[in-house]
Every structure is written in C-alpha cells, then in structure tokens.
Unconditional design. Sequence first.
Length: 455
Amino acid sequence: MLQSETAPDVRGSALFVYLSAIVAATSGLLFGFDIAVINGAIIFLREQFGLTEFQTEVAASSLLFGCVFGASIAGWLSDRFGRRRILIVSALLFAASALGAALPRNLTELVAARFIGGVAVGMASMLAPLYIAEVSPARIRGRLVSLNQMAIVTGILLAYFINWLLSYVGPHGWRWMFASAAVPAIAFFIALFFVPESPRWLTENGRESEALRVLTRVNGSSQALIELGQIKEAIAEETGSIRELFQPGFRRALFIAVALAVLQQITGINTVLFYGSVIFKEQVGGQTASSAIGANVVIGLINFLATIVALWVIDRVGRKPLLMLSAGILGVGQFALGAAFLLEPPPAILVLAVMVCCVAGFAVGMGPGVWVVLAEIFPTRVRGRAMSIATIALWTACVALTMTYLSLSSAITVTGAFWLYGVMCVTMFLIVWLATPETKGKTLEEIEKLWRKAG
Ligand code: BGC
C-alpha cells in the first residue's frame, strides 16, 4: 500500500489549496478583461481603421469565435497532457494576443490577435474551474471554483476602469488597452510553475505517488489515502471512452451540463453587460456617452459585489437553491426590463435599477454556480472532454446571443427580446429544480456514483 510520504498525521494546508485556486483563477481575470476591453476600444478602432458596421461586428466578435475553438481543443489536450501544462499554453496565448492586439496595422491583424486571445479564453474558461475542482477538498470546492468567477468580474471591472482612464490618452489609447493585459498574462504564466498538477489527472496517468503528495498537502495524510483510494476506485470503473458519456447515467449529466451552459447565456445577461451603454444611449434617451458609461460602471460594481456573496454562501446553501434563486431574480428582472421599455421613453433610473437587479441576480448564482456544476459533474477520465462539450455549447450560445440582440430587438421589439430572455429564466429554474442533483459537500467520486446509480 502507498504510504503518505510525509509524517502520518500531516494536516492539510488551506493556504496551499487557496494559492493553487488563486493562480488558476488568474486566468478568469484575463477572461473578464478580454471580453470587456473591446467595449471601450471599439470606438477608437472604428475611427482608426474606418470600419463599416459589419467590420465592427467582426472586430468585436473575433474573440468569441476563438473562445469556441479554444474550448473545443482544451478538453482533449488536458486529458492527454495534463491540466497545468495546457493552462501554461493558455497563458502564453493570452500574452501573445495582448501584444498582438496592441500592434496591428490593419483589421486583419487585429482580428487574428483577438482570435488567439479567444482561444486562450476558451481554453482557460473550462480548464481553470476544472483544475480548481480537481485540487479542492469537497467542503470548500464551490467557494474555490467561484474564485474563478470572482476573477472574471474583477477583470470586467478592471477593463471598464482602464478603458475610462485610457480614453484620455488620445487616438492610440486603444493600443494600451489591449497591451495592459500582457502584465497579468505574464504573471499567470510564471505563477503556474509553482502550483501542482491535478491529483486526479496524476492518478489517472499512473503517477500515484505524486498524486498522493498533492492530496496530502490538500487534505492531510490520513484523508489523502482515503481520497486516493476513492479516486482509483472511480477511475477503475470508467472506460475512459467518450462513448461512456452517452450511457444512460452520464447522458443525464451531459444533458444537464449543456442545458445549464446554454441557459447561462440565453437568459440574456450579456446583453446588459456588453450592450449596457448602447441600450442607455440609444434606447433610453436623454443620455450622454459619459452617463451611459457611468451606468456601466455601476453595473460592473454590482456584478462584483454580488459575486462575493455567492462565494460565501455556495458551499453552505448549496448549488441548487442558489441557482433557482438566481434564475428567479433574473427572470423577474428581464420581464420588468421588457415592461419598462413599454414606456416611451423608459425612465433612465428605472432601467438602471432593473438592470442592477438582473446583474445582482445573475452574479449571486448563475454566474459562478454554472461553472461550479460543470466542473464537478463528470467522471474523471473524460472530465476534460466532457467539460469541453459543455463549454463549446456555452460559448456558441454566447456568440448567438450577442450577434442577435440588436436584430432581435428590431424584429420583436426590445420588450419582446427581454421577455424571451425571461422565459429562458423560467426554463433554467425548472431544469435546476427538476433535473439537477445537489453536489454540495460531496467528493467528485461520490458525485460520479450518483450518476452510476441513476443509470
Ligand atoms: C459568464 C459570462 C459573463 C460573466 C459575467 C460568466 O460566468 O460565463 O458570459 O459575461 O459571467 O460576469
């Protein structure tokens, strides 16, 4: 039998786990920054390169297409080469894209650099939560995975702030907007050399003594041996083939994961987050550019604060109640937002108040909660590939939402669009309530057993 390599009663170190989680979550900062930075940069890009409407859309969405691609390769790569190595690759891509997007001479070069950034975001968006879930002890796993969301919303806020500062620099400010992401990217790259590989991936690849060393530092030596036993037992039952995901029990897990991923997007939060200032400026009326940007900052701040609440409660109240509450609040918010647009013009303060309610509702549950559930409901040997499938679905839905919001609101009115997102919130509520199991406090192996029983 394997012995823990340190003294028999070595205790786990919370600091070690938090550090590993924080390092992985740094990619969330880049994720948030990269998706939000374009909001400010796009105004200058249009002028500099004389972009048409269509070219502007291409410039704005090239990152999102990269995300879909990144999510589709990261799973396979991380099952094959390890979580940490592929996170390191994503850090390099983040840095390359930050510099590439700061230096382009034309639209094509910019689009290429942003696409590469998207590949990094897509890879890291699935790998960071997955890695964190695989190194964390069950009792605080929700909170640690939610750190990633904390980093995402911090990145969004940081981008709004840096954009605002750099908007005073002149016509080349946008180059610095993109370049500034190189700093956290390089820090992320260096920090990754100081965190361990996932113990689950190590076990799966026959590197048990290394896995035990990591588990001992996380859980203490006696619990580490028990966990290693459970991991081995679970892996022994897995075929490792992606076909396993389509067997009755796991098929349900896959269905829930894809549904939650898609619904996180088509419930519409990113219309508020990406188009907030456009909605204010063009659809509310009586607004200046700076009051519209100011409204955006308020929204970013609420997003940030409500995520902190989620972090504290997710391991106490559980994923399910939080996700249901979140879908409920967001749903009410979307219906109310739709109703507000029946007034002509809708009062700005009312629209802002309802948007704040929507963002708070999303951030307290669906924002972090969906990523937590995606990272924990699949069996170890196919977790990377399975999470890839869910993440591709998420990014595809994100592209679909952001590309259709403006045309949808001209086709069925702004009210109609928000009511449609409201209906999606009801769907989200029902899927969580009726089909999603509670995973709070269970080890990843116990969660896996749950599906086997269901199958
Ligand atoms: C979502 C993003 C969203 C962000 C906002 C994330 O969980 O996946 O689409 O922009 O939260 O805070």
